[in-house]
Write a protein that binds this ligand. Structure first.
Ligand SMILES: Cc1ncc(COP(=O)(O)O)c(C=O)c1O
Length: 430
């Protein structure tokens, strides 16, 4: 997109009435979820109400006076004040007054479990809190009872946190792994289901794939793929590192056997928090786990219940409340609309090749692209050094380019800055 095109988009944005109040009035930072709810209701939740999203932005600890622009939520999220403060309070109280009985100085960290279970529409006994997707994937890959000849089918789009655990499985138990190659963006959901179906062989017993890919940022029709696999007796392991908090994730509806996530990305939970969901009828197929207070027969046995700081789970519960105060539907809609704007802007820049499909059902709140002749570093390094924009390079599956995220704390003004910067970087190459 040229500078002129960008500024005409900007003026269009400014003309969106409800959506364009760019004044810098002090927006209060909520001190509780009740205050947040009042603040958000007063501002008027709507996908195109920029004042509402500025209010959301003001709730994040991310400083706004540095000129730095954060579009790398896909790597790690940043916490709202409420989430950060809830942990700091607990840490402080547990150090300055360790005599006070537990419930008097902090909300129970166990509140996080039913809250997360409700968000995902699963039973609380099916959830284990872990540190991230990588840890959850490792627990599944090493603990799942399989015959050594059973094949694991995965794709070339997996993050190393989602496939190196299977490599370990292969080294420990000999299970063959095969990666199906998906390169060009799909045209529709059924094409993706057909590709997975066609790759299955009689020896395939596990299908391990992403809900939203970290490279091309495609959104897979997970429920359809899981149903197809189930019909063939194949176990499904879904890597939802890039989905929970960004789009609706109803695990019961999805029908996966295992679902993992790094909630510290899109749900804005404390860094080093995530989960593993093990469907009820798969729990006996798993070996291993931690035995800290006798034997546990729920997914919770894959969680370390021994002495530790309550802070991460206290922050986790607060992050779920924060998410619910805004609402999953509105968050998904905002991400899709902003990513749509970014995709259109990028597609108008000469030479840019988009990897993320335009269709909202095949994409989410991230956008990946490349510029032929330029490496990921050729684009990402000047973007960071010259324009102070944080992004993520594409490495998986043979792609070279960049990934940008459109989180709830991002604004259209930021997206315009991104588009201007990419336009200049692409121009200089010419
Ligand atoms: C699809 C996917 N899986 C797994 C991971 C690994 O996440 P973590 O380092 O939080 O385990 C990532 C990280 O970006 C990812 O995008």
């Amino acid at each position: 997109m040229s500078r002129t095109a960008v500024s005409s988009e900007k003026s269009k944005l400014r003309k969106t009435g409800n959506g364009a109040d760019t004044s810098t009035d002090e927006i209060p930072v909520a001190q509780s979820i009740d205050e947040l709810n009042t603040l958000l209701r007063k501002t008027g939740p709507a996908v195109d109400n920029e004042r509402f999203w500025q209010t959301v932005r003001a709730q994040f600890a991310l400083r706004s006076d540095s000129g730095n622009l954060y579009t790398n939520n896909g790597t790690i999220g940043i916490q709202p004040h409420l989430v950060l403060q809830s942990q700091l309070d607990v840490i402080r109280r547990s150090e300055v007054d360790p005599w006070s009985p537990w419930p008097s100085y902090c909300p129970s960290p166990q509140e996080a479990r039913p809250k997360l279970a409700a968000l995902l529409n699963v039973d609380a006994s099916e959830i284990a809190f872990t540190r991230n997707s990588t840890e959850s994937m490792n627990i599944v890959a090493i603990g799942l009872v399989l015959d050594p000849k059973d094949e694991i089918l995965t794709t070339t789009h997996e993050h190393h946190g989602g496939w190196s655990c299977w490599q370990n499985r292969n080294e420990q138990f000999g299970n063959p792994i095969r990666k199906m190659d998906l390169y060009d963006p799909p045209q529709d959901e059924d094409e993706l289901v057909r590709l997975f179906e066609a790759a299955i062989r009689p020896e395939t017993k596990v299908l391990s794939f992403c809900h939203v890919t970290c490279s091309t940022t495609w959104r897979y029709p997970v429920a359809k793929i899981c149903a197809m696999a189930r019909q063939r007796g194949i176990i499904t392991v879904v890597d939802g590192a890039q989905s929970v908090g960004m789009i609706p994730v109803d695990i019961r509806e999805i029908g996966s056997d295992f679902y993992v996530s790094s909630t510290h990305k899109w749900l804005f939970t404390p860094k080093g928090t995530g989960f593993l969901h093990i469907r009820q009828d798969m729990q006996d197929r798993m070996r291993g786990g931690y035995f800290t207070h006798g034997a546990l027969h729920t997914a919770g046995r894959f969680e370390n219940h021994a002495s530790q700081s309550p802070a991460p789970l206290v922050g986790f519960a607060m992050a779920v409340d924060f998410h619910q105060a805004i609402g999953t539907t509105l968050i998904e809609e905002r991400g899709a609309t902003m990513a749509g704007y970014l995709k259109k802007g990028l597609a108008a820049i000469p030479g840019v090749k988009l990897w993320t499909p335009m269709a909202p059902n095949l994409s989410a709140a991230m956008v990946s692209f490349s510029i032929p002749g330029m490496s990921s570093g050729d684009i990402g390094t000047p973007l960071r050094q010259r324009y102070k924009i944080d992004s993520r390079g594409l490495h998986e599956g043979g792609y070279h380019g960049l990934r940008l995220s459109c989180a709830i704390h991002n604004s259209y003004e930021e997206m315009n800055k991104v588009l201007e910067a990419i336009t200049e970087i692409a121009d200089k190459r010419c």
